[in-house]
Structures are given as structure tokens and as C-alpha cells.
Design a protein around this ligand. Structure first.
Ligand code: HPA
Length: 264
């Protein structure tokens, strides 16, 4: 960890970072808006080897709308190697760099006909349908992390205000984590709807748990790339996810920029 911090500080300077951002599938280009340096994960020992196309495995540190940020251009998903704590080290690094908050983004399938592809959805809460937990194996009582208001109410209010100011609809909903990498069946989607889910995806939840464990405030936004399995005639595929993500990405960028501009 000290080696990693030295590498980062020698390239990006010592100024503390205020906020972290993890970019989801097809959203990696947002990182290039950061005025600063890009450090390949490969230069940071222990950082994930992300092998999913549509992701940009670099840590961008610099300013965005006047705020010093650390933007993770890619995440390792559980389905890549079966490790639910793959993002622990990057988040520990973020915390050590001084961040107080983390904004997570992802691509997701919608289970709500009123939130079709091209929209963005703010996570009000989540359902950990995977049954996995990144804190399994943690030895101290710190592992018993409360998850009430895990999706920070103040950050959510600020993101909603930013969306409103930009004229972008930002409904809130419950995100279900399904491990992937296969997509869900229509029967599974019917079940997740009954359980109270609004969107489904293969990421984010382990990072919310890890962030809360580390004492970071967290909020997450999904870009809706498709209707979930069985809800439309469209073929669901990773290609489709990557092709659709830019639609929501433009909205996401606009919300995030406004949110950062007014971060107090
Ligand atoms: N299911 C799971 N993950 C996803 C989906 C989906 O429908 N769309 C984008 N990521």
C-alpha cells in the first residue's frame, strides 16, 4: 500500500483527493475529462487486472469542476475471478488519499417500464441477491457494517438537485446485484421484480459494502442500457450494453459535473 501511495503521489502530487468515482461499462471515457494524470492499474501492484472490454483500467487523479478527484476508469467484477473483494485495495488507496466520498456508476438492465434505456437511475438502496459478501473473512468486529442508509441521503439529495438543475430526470430505485457473467433469465427477472428490484446488474454492491466498511460516504447511479430479460424483444448482450451506455453517459456526466461544481 505504501508503494502504491508513493507512486501515485510522485505522479499526481500530494494534495488530498476529496472524492472517488468508479466508472462502469461503457462509461470509461468520463475519466478523460479529469485535468491531471492517468496511472495504469498495471503500475499499481495489487490493483485489479480488468479484462472486460469497454473499461479503461487507469486511475485518473486531478481536478474535475474544481474538485480534486480520483477516477477509477474500470472495476474488477466478481465474475472475472470469483473475488468479491477485488476492489478493496483500490478503495483503501482512495481512503488513504484523503477521500470522504465515493460515487459509483454502472450499466444496468431496467425492471421498470417507466425507466427505459437511455435513462439514469439513482440507487436508493440495493438487494445483494448474490449471497456473496466482500467482508467474509474479515476478522474484527468492524465487519458488522450497518447498511441502513448505505446509499448516503445527503449525497443522493445533492445528486438529485444537480439532475434537476440540468433538467434531467433522475428516478430513484433499488438495484439488485446478480453475479453474472451470464445475464438473468426472464423468470429470474420476474422474481427480482417481486422482491422489490427496479434495476439489475453485475457490480456496485460489493463496492458499496467495502466503502461503508472503510467509512466512505457512498452513492451510486445506474445508466440503463436495456430492459431486463423478458421485458422487451431486444436481444441483451454485452455489445448492446456498450453501445447503449453512451446515451446515459452524457446525462451522467452532466449530473456529476454540476454536483461537483456545487460540492461544499
Ligand atoms: N443484467 C445484468 N447486468 C446488466 C444488464 C442486465 O440486463 N444490463 C447491463 N448490465
Amino acid at each position: 500500500m505504501q508503494d502504491i501511495l508513493s507512486t501515485i503521489r510522485s505522479r499526481a502530487g500530494d494534495a488530498p483527493v476529496r472524492l472517488g468515482l468508479i466508472l462502469g461499462s461503457g462509461l470509461g471515457h468520463l475519466a478523460h475529462a479529469v485535468d491531471g494524470v492517468a496511472i495504469p492499474y498495471a503500475d499499481l501492484p495489487g490493483f485489479p487486472h480488468v479484462g472486460v472490454s469497454g473499461h479503461n483500467p487507469q486511475l485518473h487523479i486531478g481536478t474535475l469542476e474544481g474538485v480534486r478527484v480520483a477516477v477509477f476508469g474500470a472495476r474488477e467484477h466478481y465474475y472475472e475471478s470469483g473475488n468479491p473483494r477485488a476492489m478493496l485495495l483500490p478503495l483503501q488507496v482512495l481512503k488513504a488519499l484523503g477521500a470522504e466520498s465515493l460515487i459509483l456508476t454502472n450499466a444496468a438492465g431496467s425492471m421498470r417500464p417507466d425507466i427505459p434505456p437511455g435513462n439514469v437511475m439513482l440507487l436508493s438502496d440495493h438487494i445483494n441477491y448474490s449471497g456473496l459478501n466482500p467482508l467474509i473473512g474479515e476478522k474484527t468486529d468492524a465487519r458488522f457494517v450497518p447498511m441502513t442508509d448505505a446509499h448516503n441521503p445527503a449525497l443522493r439529495a445533492a445528486l438529485k438537485a444537480a439532475a434537476k438543475a440540468k433538467g434531467i430526470d433522475l428516478p430513484e430505485g433499488v438495484y439488485c446485484w446478480y453475479s453474472g457473467p451470464s445475464f438473468e433469465t426472464p423468470a429470474e427477472i420476474r422474481m427480482l421484480k417481486l422482491l422489490g428490484g427496479d434495476a439489475v446488474g453485475m457490480s456496485t454492491v460489493p463496492e458499496v459494502i467495502l466503502a461503508r466498511f472503510l467509512g466512505l460516504k457512498v452513492a451510486a447511479i445506474s445508466t440503463i442500457t436495456n430492459m431486463a430479460a423478458g421485458m422487451s424483444d431486444e436481444q441483451i448482450s454485452h455489445e448492446h450494453t456498450k453501445a447503449m451506455a453512451p446515451l446515459g453517459a452524457a446525462k451522467l456526466e452532466s449530473i456529476l459535473r454540476h454536483f461537483l461544481r456545487f460540492l461544499d
